[in-house]
Design a protein around this ligand. Structure first.
Ligand code: PAF
Length: 284
């Protein structure tokens, strides 16, 4: 398939297209993105294509999820390349609103998610999940898709979106798609493009350390000791660590590290290499 997608830049235009599909009885999937598409996004699009008759990809670099000190201005914007990368998947529509379409000057609504939004990312980026929640709610309510697909790479975001969708009765099923990785294990991310070639080599250590901790826990070793060793190794490799934590996989609540061994667990990390912040996580 190499069909060129329709480009909708307003909510009205998107809704018009979706309502035509709906009157034909078609199912609809949405893949929300901020553009700068990489293989991880393409996997989401491929999975969407396999699961629904109509596929929408949204491209919107959402200002409300960036703090003033963060990389909103420099975030890669590669619209033409992004659309070219979608062609093999026969995406039906790209929703690409501008900031004024999404946030009128008098925009005055916020969404605060607690539960899985507490701690981890929120300790370092307190603005982040309220920005994500608002924009994802707006995207879902604009497209009203049957399903929306999110990568597990942003694991806390995935749980926050699920919580919000359940709490607000948004009639969309949220599907989680496994993280796509480079050959050396580095999780694909649009921000990897910021890494110098030396930092790109070091970046792979993050996943190596996650797997080492997971292996130790699976083999019955001490989670506490393994986490300490991995935190030290990550710092020695040249990262500035924000957090490396083992949490309950469904609630992200803290667990008693060496007592609660039968719970579903997730290891989550965020660390800086130079000016680039990397996150990753794996199931244990
Ligand atoms: O994961 C992302 O790319 C963004 O946070 C999302 C979900 C598209 C909301 O802006």
């Amino acid at each position: 398939m190499t069909a060129y997608p329709a480009i909708a830049s307003t909510v009205d235009d998107l809704r018009r297209r979706v309502s035509i599909w709906r009157s034909d009885g078609k199912t609809v999937a949405l893949v929300p993105t901020m553009g700068a598409l990489h293989a991880g996004h393409l996997k989401l699009i491929e999975e969407a294509r396999n699961r629904a008759q109509k596929v929408i990809v949204s491209i919107f670099v959402n200002p409300t999820q960036f703090a003033p000190t963060e990389d909103f201005d420099s975030y890669p914007r590669t619209f033409d390349d992004d659309v070219a990368k979608m062609l093999p998947y026969g995406v039906d529509a790209v929703f690409a609103p501008n900031a004024a379409e999404m946030y009128r000057p008098d925009f005055a609504t916020g969404i605060t998610v607690k539960g899985p939004a507490l701690g981890l990312e929120t300790d370092y980026r307190p603005h982040f999940f309220s920005g994500v929640a608002v924009v994802v709610a707006k995207l879902l309510l604009s497209a009203l898709p049957d399903i929306a697909l999110f990568g597990e790479k942003d694991y806390q975001q995935l749980l926050v979106v699920r919580q919000m969708v359940r709490d607000l009765n948004i009639p969309t099923e949220i599907l989680a798609i496994e993280t796509v990785r480079e050959d050396d294990g580095l999780a694909m991310s649009s921000r990897n493009a910021y890494l110098s070639s030396a930092d790109r080599v070091t970046a792979a250590r993050l996943n190596v350390e996650l797997r080492a901790v997971a292996d130790t826990i699976r083999a019955g070793g001490s989670a506490e000791t393994a986490l300490k060793a991995a935190r030290a190794a990550i710092s020695e490799a040249g990262f500035r660590l924000d957090y490396l934590e083992l949490r309950h996989a469904e609630t992200l609540q803290a667990i008693d590290l060496d007592a609660d061994k039968d719970l579903p667990m997730r290891l989550l990390v965020a660390a800086w290499l130079g000016k680039t912040r990397l996150i990753d996580n794996i199931g244990v």
